[in-house]
Every structure is written in C-alpha cells, then in structure tokens.
Design a protein around this ligand. Structure first.
Ligand code: PRP
Ligand code: URA
Length: 213
C-alpha cells in the first residue's frame, strides 16, 4: 500500500455503494441526486464518527441503576465546502444535531484547477471543536486542502474529511499537505481527466445538486 493511502477509509457498506451507483448514473435527475446525497451523508457520518470517545456515567433505568456510555471529548462541527458540500451537511446534522456548522466558499478555477476562496464563516469556538469537512468530490485535492488549511488556521486541531468520490491524485495531494487528516470516502476512482474531472466519477457535483447545467 502506498504511504498516502494509509489515512483513507473506504466506506463499503452495501447501502452506501448502492446509493452511490444511483448517483453516478447520468440519468439520475436533480431531485433524486440531492435526496441520495443526503441519505448517503447520514450513512457515512455513522462511520466517520465510529471512533468518537465515550465515557461512563451513572444513570437509572426504570428497572435498575447502571453505568452507561455517553459521548465524551470535544464537541463537533461540520464544515461544508460550498457549493457541493452543502448537499452533505444536512445528512450529517441528522446524526449530530448539536454540531455547529461553518461554511467555506471555494470554487475551482477551470483553467488552473486551483481553488479560489470567496466566503468563510466558522463557529467562534472552532479551536475547541473537532471538525468534519464535507465535500462530495476530492479531485486534485486543492479545494479540500485549502478548506482544511482554513479550519486549522482558526485553531482546530482535529479535522476529518468526508467525501463521496476520491481520485488517487487528490488523496496523495491531501496527504502531502495534511498528513494528520483522515479521509472517509465511498469510492476511490481511477484518475482525473484533462479537465480535472474524476473518471468515472459522477460529473459536476454542484451542478447536479443544484440543477445549474
Ligand atoms: C467541486 C467540488 C470540490 C472541488 C473538487 O467544486 O465540490 O469542491 O470541485 O475539486 P478539487 O479537488 O480539484 O479542488 P467546484 O469548484 O465545482 O465548485 P461548486 O461546488 O461551487 O460547483
Ligand atoms: N468537481 C466535481 O464536481 N467533479 C469532479 O469530477 C471534479 C471536481
């Protein structure tokens, strides 16, 4: 295994894989694409949060006292990278309703493929939260790396990336810039084409979510 693959978890749950296939299909329209992304995000969040720490507390059930587990450790935050990350945020919030939500606006310059920043609003206590950055596509890795850099610059020490489809090029680039950041994805695809699109991928995620093409 390549070194840069060691931070990657592929979520191969059958429901995740089935829904991803439906999303990839070019005949899937905006309404279904959006609904599937939302459902997938909830399923994936379940795996992304699998290693959250627990602590024991004393409670009483109607039958007897017991020691039971509750979440411990730092509170969570969700940071969608606009636009396409917005399609994942609701699904994650269904599982983590108390999470605060930051937004980072980035678009990829179609010529240079470099991310251009246009918006940022993070929770004021970002430095004391564990953040999950969400964006369906990890292509060159430029947008995710920049989004994570911004979150770290705000003081956050623990960041995870949740995406849907990743290219090997993006995984490698992200590892080089943020070797401490685990990546959770539903698929690792073949490569990028000459326009920086993931092959086979699912096309332009933002356009398919919002119906802008
Ligand atoms: C897409 C996607 C990622 C980025 C991935 O956004 O949602 O943010 O491209 O590409 P990269 O890994 O090469 O940076 P896009 O720039 O199309 O903006 P949009 O979500 O606003 O449509
Ligand atoms: N952004 C997308 O939306 N899709 C890709 O395949 C690459 C970047």
């Amino acid at each position: 295994m390549q070194d840069y693959m060691k931070n990657v978890t592929v979520i191969d749950h059958p429901l995740v894989q089935h829904k991803l296939t439906l999303m990839r299909d070019k005949n899937t329209g905006t309404k279904d694409f959006r609904m599937l992304l939302n459902e997938l995000s909830t399923l994936m969040a379940y795996e992304v949060t699998r290693d959250l720490p627990l602590e024991e507390v004393d409670i009483e059930t109607p039958v007897a006292p017991m020691k039971a587990h509750v979440l411990a450790g730092r509170k969570l935050g969700i940071v969608p990278i606009l636009r396409a990350g917005l399609g994942m945020a609701e699904g994650v919030m269904e599982l983590i309703p108390a999470a605060k939500v930051g937004h980072i606006g980035l678009y990829r310059n179609p010529e240079t493929l470099k991310p251009v920043s246009y918006y940022c609003k993070l929770p004021s206590d970002t430095c004391s939260r564990d953040m999950i950055v969400v964006d369906p596509m990890l292509a060159t890795g430029g947008s995710a790396a920049e989004g994570i850099r911004i979150v770290k610059e705000a003081g956050c020490r623990t960041v995870r990336l949740m995406c849907l489809v990743a290219a090997p090029e993006g995984i490698k680039a992200l590892y080089e810039q943020h070797p401490d950041v685990p990546i959770y994805t539903a698929a690792i695809d073949s490569h990028l084409n000459e326009h920086g699109y993931i092959v086979p991928g699912l096309g332009d995620a933002g356009d398919r979510i919002f119906g802008t093409k």
